[in-house]
Write a new protein. Structure first.
Length: 224
């Protein structure tokens, strides 16, 4: 039986690049759509791109990482994995699925030099998000939606999340335990509502210092 096209593409890639030290699964799509209008084809497309792309590549490269006893697998998920957007339920579902996969792989690699984690960023003012926000503004004229200093602020994008939902940021920057996953529902020893970091800042305050967390994350990923 012939292999499906996506797997054939992965096979071509792994033949060209047979080994990697760090795999970042960042491929993803999003699209606002009322739940009752999301077709089976939409669900399959979102799952295949957002979820199976990472599954296929992790499956292809993790064995080599384990053989070398060192490697990093990162899934770029989203805060929508925890706070499912009502206008993009299919998207949020795929982001939650990424957390489940990364958690399972982290358990498989426990005790080795390979770690598997998820990163859960919030909204970023990319070209696609800017178009998305303008579309929302056109659809709901009474929404308090505006763009200021390059940052998007409205009920949809901020959603007034509890501090516990941002715990993954502190956990991602500070957790060095083998096989730990930076998400509040599964990570042992993770931050909780009202927790403070080593400098006495609440977890929610860490959102305002993204550069520091990129540096901390880089140090963690490159630590041998």
């Amino acid at each position: 039986m012939a292999q499906p096209v996506p797997q054939l593409r992965v096979d071509l890639l792994t033949r060209a690049v047979p080994a990697v030290d760090v795999l970042v699964n960042t491929l993803g799509i999003f699209e606002p759509k009322p739940f009752v209008e999301i077709t089976d084809a939409d669900w399959h497309r979102f799952f295949d791109i957002n979820v199976m792309s990472g599954v296929r590549l992790s499956r292809a490269y993790m064995k080599g990482m384990l053989a070398r006893n060192w490697g990093r697998i990162i899934f770029i998920s989203s805060e929508s994995a925890l706070n499912i957007p009502t206008e993009m339920i299919h998207y949020g579902t795929t982001k939650t699925a990424q957390l489940a996969i990364s958690r399972g792989l982290a358990k498989l690699t426990r005790g080795t030099g390979v770690t598997v984690n998820s990163v859960l960023p919030g909204p970023t003012m990319s070209e696609g998000v800017e178009t998305f926000v303008k579309d929302l503004a056109r659809q709901g004229g009474d929404r308090d939606l505006h763009v200021r200093h390059g940052a998007t602020r409205d009920d949809h994008l901020q959603r007034q999340q509890p501090r516990a939902e941002h715990a993954h940021l502190q956990h991602q920057a500070r957790e060095h335990g083998r096989g730990a996953v930076p998400e509040r529902t599964a990570a042992a020893g993770g931050a909780h509502l009202g927790d403070e970091d080593a400098e006495g800042r609440e977890v929610s305050d860490l959102l305002h210092d993204p550069c520091r967390h990129v540096q901390d994350l880089h140090s963690h990923l490159t630590a041998r």
